[in-house]
Each structure stands twice: as C-alpha cells, then as structure tokens.
Design a protein. Structure first.
Ligand code: NAD
Length: 514
C-alpha cells in the first residue's frame, strides 16, 4: 500500500474522518467556525487531517462536563473504576495495529516504535487497574487511648494533562489511566503537532466508557499551547496540571500553576549521557548507545545526547560507532527495515542544523552526518542524517537539548571526571554506565555518581519500563509518572483520626479546661 492508501485504511479502521472534531466530553463537539489544526505527516509533509480545536465555549463546556462526571466516577469503588480501565486496555490491544500505524503516520516513528507505544499504553492500563485493589495506605499508632489513625487517598478532581508530540499517546495514558483509577476525571490537551492520535485514542476509550454507561472520565481539548494550554495552567478549577514538554514551556506552566497554588507534575527535557568505561563490554555498549541515540530519530526525552568515553578505548569505540552509523537505514518509517524515520517537522530540521552549526562554531568536530537525507519519493519529508560530533564538555551547546539525532562524544580519564562531566548539565532525566566492573557501576549509582532520576547499568538511557517511577531532576522538573508510587500525584492524602472512646484526650498531653 502506498502512503495515501495506508492513511485512508488507518483512518477508516479507527472511524476518523479527514475533518474531525478535537473536542470530546461524552460527545464530540465541533465549532464549525472555530480554529482548525491541520496535521501533516513528517514522512512526506502530506496532509493527514484537519482537527477542529476548542474555543472558549468548548473549553468551558468540557470543564463543566468533566467536573460533573467527577461526582459519579469518584464515588464508584476503586475496583470498579479499575474494571473500566482494564476494558480500555483490552480494547487498545484489539486496535493496537491501526493505532500504532497512525502514530507512525503522524510522528514519523518506525512501525515497531508506533506499535511499542500502544503496547506501553496497554501495559500501563493493566498496571493502573491493579492499583484499584493494590494500592496501600498507612496505619499509624496513636498516642491517645482508644484512638485510631490512618491515611486515605481521595481523588483530586478534574485534572489537566498536557502532552508533547514525541509520545503522542503513551504519555497521556501514564497519567490518565492512573488518575482515573484514583477517581479523577482527566482533560487532555495534546500537542498541536499530533492531535489526530489523540482523537483516535479518545475514540477508542470513549466507545468503551459509553458502552458501559459511564460518565465522560476521559475528555479531549485540542488547541494551542499558548491558548488552551495556558488557560489550563491558570485555571483554579484544575487542581493538578501534569505537563510533559520542553523546559522552556514547562517553566511557564510551573510558574502559572504555582501562582494559584495548584499542583504541577513536570516531565521536561532531558540531556542524557552514557559513560563507557575501559572495562565495558564494548559490543553491548555499542548497541545500547546506538539505540539510545537513534531511536525515534533522537526525539525521545531519554535519547542519549552525550557519550562520555574513557581515554584508552575512545578512538576504537568512536570508530566502531561511526561504522555502525554508516549502516543505519534511514527512511520511510512504514517500511520494516527502517530504524530512523523523519524529524517531526521543518522547524525540527532547522533546529538540527542550528545545533550542528553552533557545535562547529564552538570548536566541535563533525565525525559523521550533518546533512538532510532524501529518501527517494519522500523528498518533502524531514529526514536528518544521524550525526556524531567530537566535543568538549565546556562547549555551551553540550548543555542544551537539541531534539534531533546529534550525539556529542567526549573523553575522560577517571570515573570522577566522567561523573563531573555527566552531571554538569542543567537537565537530569536519564543516564547510563557501561562497565563490567562492579565497583565502577556502584560508584555511578552512588550519591557521587549520576544525578538523574533514571540510572542504568549496561543498558540504554532510553526505553524505560512502566513498573518504575519515570521522571527526572533539576531542569527536568522533578515529576514522577507511571510505576512505583507515582499514583500519589493524582490523589489527595487525608490523615484520619478516630476517637472511639468516651474521653477527649489531647495530643502532646495537653489539658484544656477542667
Ligand atoms: P513543547 O514544550 O513544545 O510542547 C509540549 C506541550 O505543551 C504541547 O501540548 C504544547 O501545546 C504545550 N504548550 C506549549 N506552550 C504552552 C504554554 N505556554 N502553556 C501550556 N501549554 C503549552 O514540547 P514538544 O516539542 O511537544 O516535546 C518535546 C519536549 O518534551 C522535549 O523537551 C522532551 O524532552 C520533552 N519530553 C519530556 C518527557 C519526560 O517525561 N520528561 C517526555 C516526552 C517529552
């Protein structure tokens, strides 16, 4: 099938028209004269669809419906809410192929990565459903006689989830499924670069919820960041704004939410490094670094952007990596052999070239790459040749996150020096060390080692599993999503004290009155 046939087949299978509404709260609502987002495929810059986005009226409509739904949803027993989320996960599994393909069409990620993203949603759905019965609260000994003290977790309310383009479905599910099991309702503002995937996700989820007679727990508000997104950040009716995106946008959102004393959950940019020591299994390290730097064309928050290699193996490792880069198949992400697809749009390609120019002007040496790639028949797409640049840690460009496949390669002598280079950037998301030496690995895991939220030994900075808490420190924003106890972010903690006696003993032995 060619591009147009694939697009038509996928949209048909998902029940999406080429002109569709991007506003849902129990029913789809379109403002015929409202703003429209045209979504184009980075594969060849052809139009995919037009999504009608929200005006002020639709914003208010979605908010009031989502808040109204809360009354019913939050009072259902958590296992019942979890049951609905399980059905959502099952339906996603049934529709995995077409939804994954749509993700590839809209973001340009290779097929396997598009399918993998849907699998992540399915896994997360089932994980979240488990929390419906499995989450724990504390019971504490009371110092007062005939008293009982424990904590319980209440839903927060209608919560906002603002997402980035690069994981246009999975990031929403990390938040939405767990928040829903906690009893919240969820209003999603997706990236304006990937609204169609959001429409498809909500269609799938809405069918399940509507068929079970459930209220609109999962709503959608397509629109711009500066319009709808900013409004959400400033809206006191949204107790939590979960924001995934760049450090620049996240700073503004965090400040707006803090001004109204709301809660924000920030998952911002990364600038991740892999340290390869002289004691590494070099074949393994090569695979881990290549996946980290090249997957999703370097457009993951966890992409490996800096490679810190020990002096004694530096030349050898760089030569092997360069050879590997020469064999990587770049091109149409719908073809199985493709490992690197296009960047998201023309702006991203511009940023790639600007990053390389900056690196050169600061003394960096391009070892490989630095060019536009033009697969036959797809000359309009935004393909960048993955690039290796020899750099110095002191170059300012090394501290920036350029969302493209550029890997800065640096050398070090001692592990202390490697850790200092590693931690010298403002971001703190993911990190890796490749070594077979237990002492080196443990040092990297110690307080003097990596300062990131995610730390890996002998595996890539990219490709986290859902079971652990995901997120990073410093400019990455400090948020945690997905596994472990990340569910706490979507709930309100209450400490409960019950007096089941006839007396009124006071804490700290205080006597009040007679
Ligand atoms: P972006 O900051 O341009 O946009 C992200 C979202 O924020 C979009 O929905 C956008 O419309 C919205 N937005 C923009 N300005 C806003 C404002 N003023 N108020 C409210 N919302 C606003 O980011 P992007 O280019 O879509 O995504 C790439 C970035 O996201 C990278 O920096 C990447 O590292 C980061 N990211 C982080 C994680 C993580 O978990 N840490 C995951 C994925 C992506």
């Amino acid at each position: 099938m060619n591009f147009t046939e694939t697009k038509r087949a996928v949209l048909h299978a998902l029940g999406i028209e080429e002109e569709c509404s991007g506003v849902y709260a129990g029913e789809w609502r379109a403002a015929p004269d409202g703003p429209v987002i045209e979504t184009r495929s980075p594969i060849n810059d052809k139009r995919l669809a037009q999504v009608q986005s929200a005006r002020s009226e639709e914003y208010e409509w979605v908010l009031s419906r989502s808040r109204a739904a809360l009354a019913e949803w939050s009072m259902l027993p958590a296992p019942e809410r979890a049951g609905a989320v399980t059905c959502v996960a099952n339906e996603l599994e049934r529709r995995k192929r077409e939804l994954g393909l749509l993700i590839s069409l809209e973001t340009g990620k290779p097929r396997a990565e598009g399918q993998g993203e849907v699998q992540e949603m399915i896994d997360l759905g089932r994980y979240a459903a488990g929390l419906g019965r499995g989450r724990q609260g504390g019971v504490f000994p009371s110092e007062r006689r005939l008293h009982r003290m424990f904590e319980q977790w209440q839903p927060l309310g209608a919560v906002a989830v603002i997402t980035s383009f690069n994981f246009p479905a999975a990031v929403w599910s990390w938040n939405a499924f767990i928040a829903a099991v906690m009893g919240d309702t969820v209003i999603w503002k997706p990236s304006s670069r990937t609204p169609l995937t959001a429409v498809a996700c909500i269609k799938i989820v809405a069918e399940v919820m509507e068929s079970r007679g459930l209220p609109p727990v999962f709503s959608l508000l397509c629109g711009s960041g500066s319009g709808i997104g900013d409004r959400m950040a400033n809206d006191r009716r949204l107790p939590l704004v979960s924001f995934t995106g760049s450090v620049r946008s996240g700073r503004g959102v965090a400040a707006a939410v803090a001004r109204r004393l709301g809660r924000s959950l920030l998952e911002l940019g990364g600038n991740n490094a892999a340290v390869v020591t002289e004691r590494a299994d070099l074949a393994l390290a090569l695979k881990g670094v290549a996946f980290g730097a090249l997957a999703t064309a370097g457009q993951r928050c966890t992409s490996t952007r800096r490679l810190i290699v020990q002096e004694g193996i530096y030349q050898r490792f760089l030569a092997s990596l360069t050879d590997l880069y020469k064999t990587i198949s770049i091109g149409n992400p719908l073809e199985d052999k493709t490992l690197v697809g296009p960047l998201i749009d023309a702006e991203a390609l511009k940023a790639y070239f600007a990053g390389i120019r900056e690196a050169r002007s600061q003394g960096g040496r391009v070892v490989y790459g630095a060019g536009k790639f033009e697969p036959p028949g797809l000359e309009e797409g935004f393909y960048a040749v993955p690039t290796l640049v020899e750099a110095e840690p002191s170059m300012p460009v090394v501290s920036e996150e350029t969302f493209a496949p550029i890997l800065y390669v640096m050398r070090y002598q001692t592990l202390d020096e490697a850790c200092a280079i590693h931690n010298a950037v403002p971001q703190g998301l993911s990190s890796s060390i490749f070594t077979t030496d237990l002492r080196e690995a443990e040092y990297f895991l110690s307080h003097r080692g990596s300062d990131c939220g995610l730390v890996n030994v002998n595996t890539s900075t990219a490709g986290a599993e859902i079971g652990g808490a995901f997120g990073g420190e410093k400019d990455t924003g400090g948020g945690r999503e997905s596994g472990s106890d990340a569910w706490r972010a979507y709930a309100r903690r209450q400490t409960v004290t019950i007096n089941y006696g006839n007396e009124m003993p006071l804490a700290q032995g205080i006597r009040f009155g007679a």
